[in-house]
Ligand binder design. Structure first.
Ligand code: 5GP
Ligand code: ZN
Length: 118
């Protein structure tokens, strides 16, 4: 399968590793939009959040467990945001489930950050 993030997990494409365990891999986003911008991914290929089901949802729990550990180990004490984009309207560009961990800045929230709703 020709998947960029599967290749990153296998080490076929280099990445800056932040954290890894049996289930998940965390690395720095190549084009950060916040002072801290990591991607946390299940090592198993899941194409997006619309493919989460009873068979694989334990991996999503592993992602969030990892996020809490990473926040502690990286000294992220002022808060963080976890985002997953799914499908075209959300702007998903890599079709391997990934969670953006954003931190290091006070973030906005609300319609302005999501676009027009009317
Ligand atoms: P999406 O747009 O699908 O939510 O997020 C994909 C993310 O992957 C983007 O933030 C993009 O900068 C990042 N990305 C794309 N290609 C690479 C790569 O080769 N290495 C790393 N570290 N990040 C990448
Ligand atoms: Zn993949």
């Amino acid at each position: 399968m020709d998947c960029l993030f599967c290749k990153i997990v296998k080490g076929e494409i280099p990445s800056t590793k932040v954290y890894e365990n049996e289930y998940v891999y965390c690395f720095k986003d190549i084009a950060p939009i916040a002072p801290i911008h990591y991607l946390i991914i299940p090592k198993t290929h899941i194409s997006g959040a619309d493919q989460i089901n009873g068979e694989n949802s334990h991996l999503v729990a592993k992602v969030f467990e990892a996020a809490a550990e990473i926040a502690k180990s990286e000294g992220i004490t002022d808060g963080f945001r976890i985002v997953t984009n799914c499908g075209d309207n959300a702007g998903q560009t890599v079709k391997h489930l990934h969670f953006h961990l954003l931190a290091g800045v006070k973030m906005g929230w609300g319609p302005e950050s999501l676009g027009k709703i009317d």
